[in-house]
Write a protein that binds this ligand. Structure first.
Ligand code: HEC
Length: 150
């Protein structure tokens, strides 16, 4: 009996030790590399739509906050033109309205803020495409792209 118990016990100790070891290492390296801000933005926007449809104000607040964090991310500001900054500011303001409506649990106000915000997504992307501004080419189907030479 003892013979079988011991190895089991030792392997349990080993497992716990390994577990503790990796837990201690964790803070040094981030658990997962954070996705690029532009990808996070899309996910948050999609989740906002889901939250609106469900009238789930907790979910709404979470993803409105996520969008606000995206705008503040340094990598958001890839461009310094007056119009890019204008669209960025519009977007930030609309996200703030969304956050407020989520907090006040006002579904219609939140939906309007979402529509305004979505218009700004489209406008900023159209602007970038028209001007041929793209930092990282071939980001995906929605990414602003340089127009092909005619
Ligand atoms: C102020 C301008 C601006 C606004 C507003 C904006 N975007 Fe973007 N978006 C960009 C830029 C710039 C890029 C390309 C980033 C790069 O080249 O690194 C981009 C890239 C993207 C991409 C491609 C990312 C990928 O890797 O596939 C998606 C999708 C996207 N945006 C969705 C959205 C959505 C959804 C919204 C609204 C909720 C939005 N964007 C609002 C400027 C904007």
């Amino acid at each position: 009996m003892r013979r079988t118990v011991r190895p089991v016990l030792w392997s349990a100790v080993a497992l716990v030790t390994v577990g503790v070891g990796s837990a201690q290492e964790r803070p040094a390296q981030p658990k997962q590399k954070q996705l690029p801000v532009m990808v996070r933005k899309l996910t948050h926007a999609q989740k906002v739509l889901e939250a609106l449809a469900r009238e789930d104000y907790t979910l709404l607040a979470t993803h409105a906050d996520g969008l606000a964090a995206c705008v503040k991310d340094v990598t958001w500001r890839i461009n310094d033109t007056e119009r890019y900054l204008m669209f960025s500011n519009d977007f930030g303001r609309e996200v703030a309205s969304l956050q407020k409506a989520a907090k006040d649990k006002r579904g219609d106000a939140a939906t309007l803020a979402f529509i305004d915000m979505t218009m700004t997504c489209v406008k900023c992307h159209r602007y970038l495409r028209d001007e041929g501004i793209s930092r990282v080419p071939d980001l995906g189907p929605l990414a602003p792209r340089t127009r092909p030479a005619e």
